[in-house]
Design a binder for this molecule. Sequence first.
Ligand code: FES
Length: 170
Amino acid sequence: MHLPMTEITKNTAEGTDRRGFLTSATTLAMTVGLLASYGSCFAIGGRYLYPAHPGRRAWQYVADVARMSKGDQVVYRAPSGESIVVARQGVAGNIEDFIALSDTCPHLGCKVHWEDTKNRFFCPCHNGTFDAKGKGTGGPPGDASQELFAYDLKIEGNMLFINAPMERLI
Ligand code: FES
């Protein structure tokens, strides 16, 4: 079967245009996808390399001051998922009475708690100890000079608030 020469030429030109368009569109889509992947990798890598990045924080209610006596502690779960122990260490009636520290031991991640009678935070997994401000003093955390991460607190009225991390970083 013989097609007229003009029709063959016309069909070939349309096919070339369509192939060219599809090739360009595919290349563009792959380039955008690749750049998005690299961007995500850099963002995740950056957060991994710089975990101290504060992220978004907001003041959140923890407890009524009058309901916490010296030696009491509450475990506060931040919207980011971080677990924080808030302990009352004094009786002055001001913000200096309180401290908020990550309750995750920097050694292997067990949960620490406040021991008021010994004026320390304690990790039962390997007898890790921390002073009242969260500095490692004994066991593996003491040997490695590790600390518990601290969070800011404030009192408004009779209410205790924590400047809590609002988003999970990784
Ligand atoms: S996990 Fe806390 S001392 Fe080992």
